[in-house]
Design a binder for this molecule. Structure first.
Ligand SMILES: Nc1nc2c(ncn2[C@@H]2O[C@H](COP(=O)(O)OP(=O)(O)O[C@H]3O[C@H](CO)[C@@H](O)[C@H](O)[C@@H]3O)[C@@H](O)[C@H]2O)c(=O)[nH]1
Length: 429
């Protein structure tokens, strides 16, 4: 039997997602109409013999997470449990800490996935690839091709082109290493814990030898220091060239979801996939309905005027109200928001329960990958460049009110703000 583990991280990460991550843990942020994690879960649940999905992270158990897990368990008929780390233990430390839970029931292999990736999740292909490559207990990393410059923002893999064995692995190198990057999706056998265990033992010995080193990073918690292990730097780098680690390269869609801009881009990729995977989730032009252009997701509880024009790449959440003559493009409208008559929303994320007044225009600047480069990825934009706010997606936090007839351009508006005029290139606190 098989299991899957999704690394969901915790609250202090996801800062590039502010102000959206104030309201909902980033892994539950809706991408193409469903929580980011649901895309992972749907694909895991399809794999024959998949018995359980474990979410590992350091969020306090909260209502949203519990509610999401309950409904996903019922919908996908698979056991889903949350295991909470006592602190951020890193991508390898968390799975090592919970190794007994992962191995209970005796899975012969298990997937590990980063929560913040958008992918087709070629899990059956990875299983087949594992059978065909190397020894039976080899480990598989999902890889994809990036361009030279962007590859350095990811884990970089040098492979043996005949056997696909990973010969070198360097995490976010400072100079070019390889254009094959780590997608953050792995297939392991239980043997991986021997390798993580060896790093744990070494960390523990180092701790006894040099008890005062590195305490600033760990608040003097020595145990935490030994248990904090990174899969990428501590495990993959050492396994490379040992005949144990292989890369399965996918030409299919893949993106990280680090910033709000990348959530809009990932929505576009998933909405496009829906033609194949979930055609029922794509809105169509119907008599008495709004005009749909391209791929659009509309929650059945949304109330949309027939004269509105939506798309491409629009996701409308629960209970959203959209008035007459409204135009929305390349945007995510979160639950309970109201777009009043003739407002125009382009390249935006409109937060929960926010209101945009009549004839207002709320617009951002897309940060899409270069369309002329087939290997381009979305840049993880920094908020500021040369001391100025980088023009980007406009984000309205929850419960923001935009008055009628104003323009909000390339701005980030924090929750509960009631604006009274137009703004451009600003963070409104
Ligand atoms: N449970 C848990 N999860 C964690 C922890 N730290 C990070 N994660 C989760 O692990 C994933 C990776 O997060 P980062 O550590 O921020 O790494 P990254 O910059 O996204 O880079 C990783 O992913 C890239 C692909 O998206 C890879 O290219 C790269 O090599 C690396 O694996 C995220 O889903 C994050 O929530 C932790 O201490 N505990």
């Amino acid at each position: 039997m098989l299991k899957s583990v999704i690394l969901i991280g915790g609250p202090q990460k996801g800062t590039r997602f502010r102000p959206l991550s104030f309201e909902v843990p980033k892994p539950l942020f809706p991408v193409a109409g469903v929580p980011m994690l649901q895309h992972h879960i749907e694909e895991c649940a399809k794999v024959p013999n998949m018995k359980e999905i474990l979410l590992i992270g350091f969020y306090q158990p909260n209502e949203e997470l519990t509610r999401f897990m309950c409904s996903a368990q019922q919908e996908f008929k698979i056991s889903i449990r949350y295991l909470q780390e006592y602190a951020a233990l890193g991508t390898g430390g968390g799975i090592y800490h919970f190794r007994d839970q992962i191995l209970s029931g005796g899975p012969e292999a298990f997937f590990i996935m980063n929560a913040d990736v958008c992918s087709e999740f070629p899990l059956p292909e990875m299983l087949n690839f594992q059978k065909e490559h190397g020894e039976p207990s080899s480990f598989v990393i999902l890889g994809t091709t990036a361009n030279r410059k962007q590859s350095m923002n990811y884990g970089c893999i040098v492979e043996n082109q005949q056997t696909n064995e990973v010969l070198h692995y360097v995490e976010k190198p400072s100079t070019f290493v390889s254009d094959i990057i780590n997608c953050g999706i792995y297939l392991f056998t239980p043997e991986i814990f021997q390798h993580i265990g060896a790093v744990f033992q070494k960390n523990q010995q180092d701790m006894l030898l040099y008890p005062y080193e590195g305490d600033e990073q760990t608040n003097g918690n020595g145990w935490h220091r030994a248990e904090a292990i990174r899969l990428e730097q501590d495990i993959f780098t050492a396994l490379a060239g040992q005949g144990k680690l292989y890369v399965y390269k996918t030409p299919a869609i893949w993106s990280q979801i680090k910033s709000a801009g990348s959530a809009i881009y990932a929505s576009r990729l998933y909405l496009n996939q829906y033609h194949k995977t979930h055609p029922e989730r794509l809105a169509t032009n119907k008599d008495g309905g709004p005009r749909i252009s391209g791929n659009v997701y509309i929650h059945p509880t949304a109330n949309i005027d027939p004269t509105a024009v939506l798309g491409p790449n629009v996701s409308i959440g629960t209970g959203v109200t959209i008035g007459a003559g409204v135009r929305v493009r390349e945007s995510i409208i979160l639950h309970g928001a109201t777009l009043q008559d003739h407002s125009c929303v382009l390249n935006c994320i409109v937060g929960w329960d926010s209101t945009i007044g009549k004839w207002a225009r709320v617009e951002g600047t897309p940060s899409d990958p270069n369309p002329n480069d087939p290997y381009a990825k979305i840049d993880s934009e920094t908020l500021f460049r040369d001391g100025k706010l980088t023009p980007s997606i406009t984000i309205l936090g929850c419960n923001v009110t935009i008055p009628a007839e104003v323009i909000i351009l390339n701005s980030i508006v924090l929750p509960y703000k009631d604006l009274n005029r137009s703004f451009k290139n600003q963070i409104i606190l």
